[in-house]
Design a protein around this ligand. Sequence first.
Ligand SMILES: Nc1ncnc2c1ncn2[C@@H]1O[C@H](COP(=O)(O)OP(=O)(O)OP(=O)(O)O)[C@@H](O)[C@H]1O
Ligand SMILES: [Mg+2]
Length: 1009
Amino acid sequence: MSGDMANFTRLPREIGQERAFGLLETAMEQARKAVEGEGGQIVDTAGDGFLAIFGAPLAFEDASLRACRAALTFRDRIAAGRDGFVAEFGAAAEFRVGLSGGTAMFVRYDDGGAKVLGDPVNLAARLQASAGLGEVLIGEDIHRECEGFVTVEDRGAADFKGFDWPVAHYALTGIRAETERFSGARRRGLTRLASRSDEIAAVRRALDRTGRRVVAITGVAGVGKSRLVHEALQVMPRRDQVVYGQCVAEGRAYGPIFDILRHAAKADRGLSHFETLRRLSEVFPFVLDMAEVSALFSGDPSGEDSRNRALRTRDFLGGVLARLSATGAHVMVVEDIHWIDPGSSAVLEALLPLRPTLIVTRRPAPPIAWLDSPHIARIELGLLDAAAIGEIVRDSYGAKLAEDTAALIVDKSEGLPLVAEEMVRALRARDSAATGDADLLTGTLEQSVLSRCDRLEPAARRVLSIAAAIGRDFSVDLLTRAAGSAPDIEAMMSADLIEQVQGDHWRFHHALIRDAVYSGMLSGARREAHRAIAIALEAQAGEGGADRGRIGRHFAEADNHVKAARYLALGAADALAQYDLINAESLAARAMGYVARDPTVLDEAGYRALVITWLHSLHHLAEFRRIVDLSRQLLPRLQAAGASTELSIVQTLVALSMTHTREYAGGETLAQETLEQSERVGDRLGAAWARVALLRNFEETGKRSVAELESLADAILPVAEAEGDRALSMIALYQLCAVYRTAGRRGQSVATANRLMAFAVEHDDRRGHAFASWAKALIHIIDDAPERALATVREGRRHALGGSGDEATCRAIELYSRTMIAASHALAEEIAGFTAEVRRRGDYNLIHAMCWIAAVLHLRKGALADGWRRLNRDLPEVALAGNQPMERQFRLLKAEVLLAVAGLVEPRASEDGQAKEPRRRGPRDLLTFLRLRPWALRDATIELKRCLELEPEAAGANYARARIGLGLVALRRRDKATARAHLEAGRDAAMADGVDLLVRRARAALKQL
Ligand SMILES: Nc1ncnc2c1ncn2[C@@H]1O[C@H](COP(=O)(O)OP(=O)(O)OP(=O)(O)O)[C@@H](O)[C@H]1O
Ligand SMILES: [Mg+2]
């Protein structure tokens, strides 16, 4: 290390000799402290500079890193002391520093002094001389040795005096916290990088400060995604601390987000979430408010308020991450988002528009919708070619490798660097064991990993297997408890399969390596390992904060059915309480699997709780078809236990689901039975819930008048209020609002939506907010104000959790509003994707709505043939399904198209304003137009009359639309009396409902009479 005080020569003149030397001495003292603090030694202080060495006479393995740390410490202390220096000496000290590594000659004199000579010394001096003020420049050798541990700015190569070649050098900007995946790997030597320079450049470009964007790297397992991130971040501009979030297969809510916050706070892995946030608030006081944190973590998480709490948590974490990202101090990396939990996914999605510096990695499936965002730069990482794999093989083997062996590895690894590395490791292990194993290279990745395990002592092998049963990451503490004694980590390390993450935490080098160790275990050993882990976790659970689902999973693998069922069910309930729906559902499903095989594994109370948890989770996820299917198996045992409010609520959920799957008759029967059974035992709340199912059923089938539906709602609302059941109040109000809307009573619908919103505000009920927002958005749509509808529904979406049915409803309304604003090809694709999603769940309200929206979209794009074909294809299914408001929507649209073809109404313009005339589009559209035209009046009349039949209330916008349509047809046929009757009735209904567009249409037609 060569350091030099830059401004020294002129200082004596400026501040006087005495003060100048005082300053120099003080600064040199800082240099000495920094150097010695890292075990180095100052060997020369020539005038205003110094020369220090590290790793001699005593060799250090990490001499280069120590030198880097010393240089930065020195630089920072000089900078921090600036004001003090000025006050004391009248000037500040300015230093330049250069670092270089390699072999040098070290001469020690008898008087204790020493001298070093050689290229590294010269280069350090040259680097120092060309450094800027307060800058530390390092040479290539230091950089190579410290890669992964330091952050640098690449300065390219330059010519230096005394060197015949251009010298690569870097500005040292920081020391990394050892938090990332490859920091452990570095210590054992990373395989030299092969190929990928284009991809690295692409990542760096995308992260460039000016055009800062999110980068998504996609590739199959083991292809090198994590490595690419690591390489790309080696040379980054000043500022960046890299913070990592890791998604795992059996993810917990917000796992990767807390990882990131923990790294940013430089907190330990073992800390609780609360403590992590507290630490973060100390480091970044402005990114979070501890009062809010305390509020979030206080109270009973299983209380009625779980959805609100879950939303608060999501919004809170989203806000913290947004503010943290705005500091610009971090590059965030989220690894393996193919496993991301919905909560974290929503937080990241909300972050995108803020242009965070974010890199995500993922395997190709499953698709993640927000990755299509225009804010994202996508990088597809392909397999490596044979040349690159060959490089990896030769490089990592070290010694000379027979050509045919190398070729065999290249061939077997099929472009996956991970497999190539593993085979080389296996080969090396064989060499050192001196056992010839001819089959080694013909085996799989798994066999090569196992061959290394086999070299371990049986005890170490057993512990390693238990670690694999714990998962890719494991703590020594849990491993000790499960294994029954402290593990011999050194022995395990010798197989080169695991690495230390931080402190007590270790992990397998790679997920696939863990998988290989795990799948190599015999089933008996595997069961035994899981049993030991489950028991260790169960004992720990007494100490609080237990993940009961995790305990259940281990008991499941241990074949302890009773405990598995119990803990899985409890874990499901815990997850539901945190609104971690996907986890709740999958844990409940697994628990029920055990019950199905042996009903005695759960007692009646346990069974009831499990059914309720499961169906509630499925209902939140809008998995209606599964609810209906499952109810046939699940309900009988519950019903046998007699009536209860819980049973009534569960039956109501099933009956509601049946309206979604279009089993109206069955749903009505079930709701009626539930009502009778609740009334028999005097269960008011149960009865009120049953009425909700009836209300919804009748609203969709049109089997009851509005007055009857109003009286149903009147029977629900006071009970809900008296019992304090907010969910019930809210659903009943929403349903009533829908009744008014479909009956065309706009005013009452608006009033009810407002009442719902007031209720939501009063009780801070987030779901109520969402429902009220949709209700209002749907009214804006009727009013032909799609922009307002879009804004309103987006507001509503803030109150829905990712992956929930509520979110799906928001999306549907959003898609519809966007269709009305600008019909584009991209939107059509989005609609198709979403339709496939809702079809899978059997949610016919959304399926049919999406079919309708797709037809509207095509028509608005001017694609008459496609739009018309879709309408006619889907209408029969819709009509058969029995949802009357939906059928009417289809028929009204058909009629509207026919009226447009007949030239009676203006077709709605699409975004480019070109589609005023449907027949202007392609030849198929023209053909359709010509085919429809002769019968347009007749066919429109048929559809409109059918619409009127579906309109018992004879009021509202839809009724007005139908009457006006019939009026226009009559006008064309010069049947003035009929025309007047229809048009006046339509105009009055439109005025009563406040739909201006229709009022204008009716008035214009009436003028022609
Ligand atoms: N271009 C490369 N040159 C040399 N080694 C590489 C290269 N790419 C990856 N490797 C090595 O291959 C191994 C697997 O790479 P990595 O862990 O990055 O895979 P991944 O795509 O992140 O896999 P996963 O999906 O399982 O997380 C690592 O040990 C890594 O160092
Ligand atoms: Mg990876």
